[in-house]
Design a protein around this ligand. Structure first.
Ligand code: SF4
Length: 128
């Protein structure tokens, strides 16, 4: 039986979600899935509320809220991550093309789209 806890968890505004799927990949635990054209946290025990998905959403549909839900399940999340690695497609920096296997990537909004920038290119973005 799963325990409950008051903790942070991702909230998806269905009115704002356009189903683009950009938030699925940043969720390392595999908590977000597209169902009937909308993003959903299908298994709340897999969402740790870290919010790494927030920055990539082009519509602002994602927020982190605090509420009572099932406790985060580390073991189940690790199981999901292992399964996800089998279909893993590395993302690339929009500036230099370096993929996440060679440099950490962080989400960035630019020219109306959500994308990724590597830590090598990030200082140039910040300082010009
Ligand atoms: S990134 Fe935003 S708009 Fe796209 S599927 Fe996720 S919640 Fe919906």
């Amino acid at each position: 039986m799963s325990t409950t806890a008051t903790r942070q968890i991702v909230h998806i505004d269905e009115e704002l979600c356009n189903g683009c799927g950009a938030c699925v990949s940043p969720c390392a635990e595999g908590a977000i899935t597209i169902v009937d054209g909308k993003a959903r946290v299908v298994r709340e025990e897999l969402c740790d509320g870290a919010g790494f998905c927030l920055g990539v959403c082009p519509t602002g549909a994602l927020t982190v809220e605090e509420r009572e839900t099932v406790a985060f399940d580390h073991a189940a999340a690790e199981e999901q991550m292992a399964a996800k690695l089998k279909t893993y497609v590395p993302q690339e920096c929009f500036r230099c093309g370096t993929d996440e296997d060679h440099a950490p990537l962080v989400p960035v909004r630019t020219q109306g789209r959500s994308t990724w920038v590597c830590t090598h290119c990030l200082p140039a973005l910040i300082h010009g």
